[in-house]
Design a binder for this molecule. Structure first.
Ligand code: P6P
Length: 330
């Protein structure tokens, strides 16, 4: 018999009597509704003129795809339907958005990348939505003044939706990682994997090797070490160029994903609060590790909502070997 996402949250939350239970149910129903809307648009994008650039730029001056805007609007609308959300922080918007139905009892901040990797849509490559939920203790007025940011260890829940051959939702609220697959015949996300564990050692490393000459030296030494592993233990390279796709493979097959500092992005390209942190929460809940090259992603104290970070995320075996290389003198 099937278990839907909503049923699973209700069952799981009974195990942890928490004030978050009811709110998480509302917030996650907003996210799953938006995900179904986004999936339906992606599936027909080339037939409905939704591929390509919108002609506008987001808050970082990056050109926006038409589906970036649709996905962002869908998430803002669906999350704004409930009074649980006080504030929404999107990669597409420079400033936090006070939710439509925010009241003094609204106690949650939702950070999201509405459609990560969207430039891949035109060539029919997987894209994803990434989300991260925090409980906050600020009034709406205080938030408008300045949203207090917390390290990733304070996340109440996090996850992603991967739009691919099937649409998969990965989710954690601190009690393991669970996978749900969208069943289009009933329009529900159905439990397809419970308490996932990332293999301690995998066979793939994943990074954009075109930038390798720009990586700090110990990254290059590490990758060379992986490439020259003993026969039968050697690594192969996989790089989709869509973070959620590359991470999801790492979660299921093990190995390591790296986005090191580069000349173009000396602080790293990926965003801490709505890309690295939620994936780090998932990775650690699945028995893996996630660092910024030196320290745990989940322990970084954010200083701005859109700050970037280097990311090294994967199985303990691979990340611990990376740290050995990082500790060696240059
Ligand atoms: P590069 C997509 O634009 C993205 O933000 C992530 O999804 C992906 O991991 C990364 O950038 C790819 O960056 O520089 O390798 O094209």
């Amino acid at each position: 018999m099937i278990t839907t996402f909503q049923q699973h949250i209700s069952l799981k939350q009974q195990e942890i009597t928490s004030e978050d239970s009811a709110a998480l149910l509302k917030l996650m129903s907003g996210i799953t509704l938006a995900a179904k809307m986004i999936e339906a648009k992606i599936r027909r994008a080339s037939l409905s003129g939704l591929v390509g650039e919108d002609g506008g730029v987001n808050s970082h001056g990056e050109s926006q795809q038409k589906l970036d805007i649709y996905a962002n609007d869908a998430l803002i609308h669906c999350l704004g339907m409930h009074d649980a959300a006080a504030v929404l922080i999107s990669e597409e918007n420079n400033e936090p958005i006070i939710s439509d139905k925010a009241t003094e009892t609204s106690k949650y901040a939702i950070f999201f990348d509405p459609l990560d990797g969207s430039s891949n849509i035109d060539v029919n490559v997987n894209v994803g939505t990434i989300f991260s939920i925090y409980r906050i203790d600020q009034s709406v007025e205080e938030i408008v003044g300045r949203l207090t940011l917390h390290p990733g260890i304070c996340q109440v829940a996090a996850g992603y939706v991967l739009y691919g051959p099937s649409t998969v939702l990965a989710y954690t609220s601190g009690n393991g990682v669970h996978l749900f697959t969208l069943d289009p015949t009933i329009g529900s996300f159905v439990l397809s994997g419970e308490n996932l564990k990332m293999p301690n050692r995998g066979r793939y490393y994943s990074c954009n090797e075109a930038n390798i000459d720009e990586f700090p030296a110990h990254y290059e030494a590490y990758l060379s070490r992986l490439r020259t592993s003993d026969p039968g233990e050697s690594y192969s390279s996989r790089y989709v160029g869509s973070l959620v796709a590359d991470f999801h493979r790492t979660l299921l097959r093990g190995g390591i994903f790296l986005y090191p500092p580069t000349t173009a992005h000396p602080e790293g390209k990926l965003r801490l609060l709505y890309e690295a942190s939620p994936l780090a929460f998932i990775a650690e809940q699945a028995g893996g590790m996630a660092i910024n090259g030196e320290q745990s992603i989940l322990r970084i104290q954010p200083t701005s909502v859109h700050q970037r970070t280097p990311l090294v995320i994967g199985g303990c075996s691979e990340v611990e070997l990376f740290l050995v290389h990082a500790s060696q003198p240059a």
